[in-house]
Structures are given as C-alpha cells and as structure tokens.
Design a protein around this ligand. Structure first.
Ligand SMILES: Cc1ncc(COP(=O)(O)O)c(C=O)c1O
Ligand SMILES: N[C@@H](CCOP(=O)(O)O)C(=O)O
Length: 510
C-alpha cells in the first residue's frame, strides 16, 4: 500500500487521538480468541527442580506508570497512569517508569522467587518457557496469558569467554551474555514481547490503535515487525536511509512492516516518530516507552540466575538510546530489593567514540550534557547523538558506582576480530563493550579475578559486511591488524601444497 493511502486510511478511521492519554480500562472485555504465537502447552519433562506453589491468587500483583523523576529524586508522587492508558511522558514532559507493587511482591521472600523462576527454565508451559514471561509477576502481572505474544525469547546463553579472557586479559572469570542469540537476533526481543503483548491486549479491549511504530537503527525495527506480524498487528518503521546493515533492513521487509527509508539519521527518525505517534493512532515502540524496559530488565535477572544467584562484579553494556543500561540496573535492583541477592554489580556503559554523548557527559563529572550529531560508526546500531533515556542512564550509573567508556573505530573492530578469533562471532557493538573491558583492565579498574559479564547485544551475522571489510583490509586508515584474509591459489596440487607448507611453518603446534 502506498504511504499516502496508508496514512489517509489512518486519518479516515476517525480514530485520531486528541489527548495526552487514552484510557482503555473501561473498555476491557475478556477475550477468549486464540493467540497467534503460542506454543502448545504440554507438561514439562525437562525440569528437575520441583516448583513451589504458585503465588497465591489472593495476592494480586500490579504495576503502573509514574514519572521517572519521582524515582530519581526519591520524591513521592500522586501522578500515575494505568498501563492500559496510552502515555509516554509525564505531565511535565519527562520520562516515565513502571513502578511495581513491591509490598505485594515482598509477601514472598527471595528464596521463593528464586525457586519459582528456576522452576520455569526450560519449561514448555505457556508462557513461562520465555525468559521474560518466566518472570511474569515482575513484568506485566496483570496481562492475561492468552494476550501474550511471545517467541520464547530470553534464556540466552551466558558464555564463559575462557580463551579470550585468559589470552588477552589475564582473566579467568569473564562471561559474555549472548542476548543476540534470539528470535530476531538482538536483545530487543526481550522488550518487544512485552510491548506487543500489551498492544495486543489494548486492541482486544477495542482501544483504537491502528498499528505500532518505531524509529530504528535496525534491531528495534526487526523485533517490532516480527512480533507484530505474529500477532497480526500492522507495524510501521522509520529507518535512516543507508545507515543500517542489509541483514537488518531485510528483516522488517520480510515480516511485512510498512518501511519508510528516511533521508536523515536515527535522531531525525526518532523525532519524526514521536511527532507522528502524538498525532496518529500508532503506538510508540521505542524504549522511550517504559514497557520495553520491563522485558529488557529480565536479562539482568537471568544473569544472576545463571550464576546460581551469585552477583558479578561488573556488567558492561553497549549504549545508544540508553534504555538498556537502565533496564539492567532495574533488573539487578529489583533482585536486591526483593531479597534474591544482597548487592548489585557495577555497571559500565560503553559507547562508540563517534557517538559518545554519555561518555562526554560522564567525563564532565556529570556537569554538562550536550546532544550531538553522531558520526558514522561500524557500531551502526548505536549511532545515536541524542539518546532519549539519558536521564535513566545517568541514574543507573550513579547508583551502581558505574563508569562510561568509549571505543574508537579501530579499537572496536580490533576487539571484535580478537573475540572472533577465540570462537565468538560478535557484533561491532559487543566490540565496543569489549574495548571498554580492555581499557578498564589496562587501567587496573577491573581486576584479573573480577567476575565480569560483557553483554553481547546482537548477532554477528547481522554485521557481516563490517567483518568482510576488516578481514579484506578494505577500511581506509585502519591497519586491520588482526585481519585474516583469504588466500587466492591456483587449482593445482603443487600450488596448494606450497601455500599450506608456508602456513604450517608459521603455525605452532599446541
Ligand atoms: C545491537 C545493539 N546494541 C546496543 C544498543 C544500545 O541499546 P540502547 O539503545 O538501549 O542503549 C542497540 C540499540 O540502540 C543495539 O541495537
Ligand atoms: N538500536 C536501536 C535504536 C533505538 O533504540 P530503542 O531501544 O529506543 O528502540 C534500534 O535497533 O533501533
């Protein structure tokens, strides 16, 4: 459908939102319709942990939107919104956050929650086989299971980076949380299952939402279009023209999204989607919408769970729009507040030097924040100069004794090549995070025995062109010192043996 037709059908639908919020609570009708993405629920055979009784139905858990600054300034507020309202900003125009009824959750102790969450790992029981929905009581407790749109995301592996750690950093307790090994190849699936499930619920409640839209550097759009396609909800994505990888571009196209390629950068697309979603009945799917962060925070809980509820010393996260660093903080903090662990890790946010507003802010001693025009970076998904969650990120870092680091193009590409040479296949953003680790090890801030987790945010297969350019030494002004170029050889035995002998003479036997 042409863009003009699509937008005129939006307009003629007479569903234009004309207020700051649209209340839907009173429209709620219980839906019995079948879910679109739903695994057949069969009794689990894989679990050996016997589950505790589920939380008593007499205790109802709930959550609501409140202004983020009431959390960051620790001031009580009377301003709050139901999750069934469409609201992205506080009355004063600030960020929102989702506040859980901790009093209700605290009626169960830390041991209870650990056992409950552990009992759900590996189950096929809907919806708990998802790493996100296995923590449903802490995410969206009030949603009907039948409204959930899930691809059983999460439960991503925590890889012991033994060789990389020992060989390059003298570390033996280095781990990579592979959030990119996921349905659409990035951590965005964790947040998108929550957001699209809530939209699914709202649409069943007859809330006038025609579709869901986002601005994207490639991963948010991939996740949005997949989850929307699964639930038969129209998705609209704004992409900066020629600034995302081919693999990322094809994802929303294949999943049937309405794809706008716009001649601007991500920040320009973000501005446009905010304006458009304020005018048209399109729900905003970027992480400005705090629903996304509720899903993303489960990666932090999962890390603790994978360490048998031992707390790592450091967690390093690449940052762009800066929702994820806060999501990690929130996940760890909830585990501490609810008695599952007694402390939280120090967080490190890693930025590309070509897109480093948070790094500059940190270096100014948190005195001066200036949005900037981000330059081109191989870490294209974090080419963001005006991050929407800047305040959330600052709060997370200040409250976790955190640090911000940066990586030049050469540093991040070298780090990616070194990691790949030890058996990983990481994305450039993970190269940014590894560079931060290398720098913090060099300066002694991270010690050799510190238990450290690097968050890998996307699958390396989405970024093959950057690896091809590096290994064929086709990057201007970059030595590409760890390149492993292919060798062209004639198709005869002698030539092949000659090059092999040369190779083997340079290769040590271990
Ligand atoms: C692969 C990848 N890594 C890291 C990030 C940064 O996450 P955030 O925007 O939440 O800071 C993004 C998106 O921005 C991403 O797509
Ligand atoms: N890297 C992101 C940028 C947008 O971030 P979001 O978390 O606010 O949606 C992307 O993949 O689009």
């Amino acid at each position: 459908m042409a863009s003009s037709q699509l937008f005129s059908s939006f307009l003629s639908s007479s569903l234009l939102m004309n207020s700051h919020t649209t209340s839907a609570a009173h429209h709620h009708q219980h839906s019995t319709s079948k879910l679109v993405v739903k695994c057949t629920a069969t009794p689990s055979t894989v679990n050996t942990v016997s589950p505790p009784p589920p939380p008593s139905p007499r205790i109802s858990f709930s959550n609501k939107y409140i202004p983020f600054n009431s959390i960051s300034t620790n001031t009580p507020t009377t301003e709050s919104y139901s999750l069934d309202e469409i609201v992205y900003r506080s009355r004063a125009g600030g960020l929102l956050d989702i506040q859980h009824d901790l009093k209700a959750l605290k009626q169960f102790d830390g041991e209870y929650w650990k056992t409950l969450f552990d009992s759900r790992v590996g189950t096929t029981k809907w919806p708990y086989g998802s790493g996100v929905w296995s923590k449903k009581e802490w995410v969206l407790p009030e949603i009907d299971d039948d409204d959930i749109v899930s691809a059983f995301e999460g439960n991503s592996n925590l890889f012991w980076a033994e060789r990389f750690g020992k060989k390059f950093l003298g570390m033996n307790d280095l781990w990579v949380k592979n959030c990119g090994i996921s349905h659409t190849g990035s951590f965005k699936d964790l947040g998108m299952t929550v957001l699209v499930s809530q939209v699914n619920r709202l649409r069943k409640m007859n809330v006038p939402l025609v579709g869901v839209g986002c601005a994207s550097t490639g991963d948010t759009s991939a996740a949005l279009s997949a989850y929307c396609a699964a639930a038969n909800i129209p998705s609209i994505v704004f992409l900066p023209a020629n600034k995302i990888s081919m693999a990322q571009l094809v994802q929303p196209i294949a999943n049937g999204a309405f794809v706008l390629s716009i001649d601007t950068d991500f920040d320009g697309c973000m501005k446009l989607i905010r304006e458009v979603t304020a005018e048209l009945p399109i729900y905003l799917a970027n992480s400005l919408n705090s629903l996304r962060l509720e899903g993303q925070k489960t990666a932090a809980i999962e890390i603790l769970q994978q360490f048998d509820w031992n707390v790592p010393d450091w967690v390093i996260v690449p940052g762009g729009n800066l929702g994820n660093i806060y999501a990690f903080y929130k996940g760890f903090k909830m585990c501490q507040e609810l008695g599952l662990v007694d402390r939280i890790p120090s967080l490190v946010c890693a930025q590309a030097a070509n897109a480093n507003p948070l790094y500059l802010y940190f270096k100014s001693g948190w005195k001066e924040h200036r949005p900037l025009k981000a330059s081109t970076t191989f870490a294209s998904a974090i080419q963001i100069g005006d991050p929407v969650s800047i305040d959330r990120a600052v709060y997370a870092l200040k409250n976790s004794n955190g640090i911000v680091e940066e990586a030049t193009e050469e540093e991040l590409m070298d780090a990616m090549a070194l990691a790949d040479s030890t058996g990983m296949f990481i994305c450039p953003h993970t190269g940014v995070a590894l560079t931060a680790l290398i720098k913090l090890r060099d300066s002694g801030i991270i010690g050799p025995t510190d238990k450290t987790v690097v968050v890998s945010t996307a699958h390396g297969l989405k970024f093959t062109q950057s690896k091809i350019d590096y290994h064929s030494r086709e990057i201007k002004q970059m030595a590409c010192q760890y390149a492993n170029p292919t060798v062209q050889v004639k198709a005869d035995f002698g030539s092949v043996v000659d090059v092999l002998k040369k190779y083997l003479s340079n290769t040590r036997l271990h």
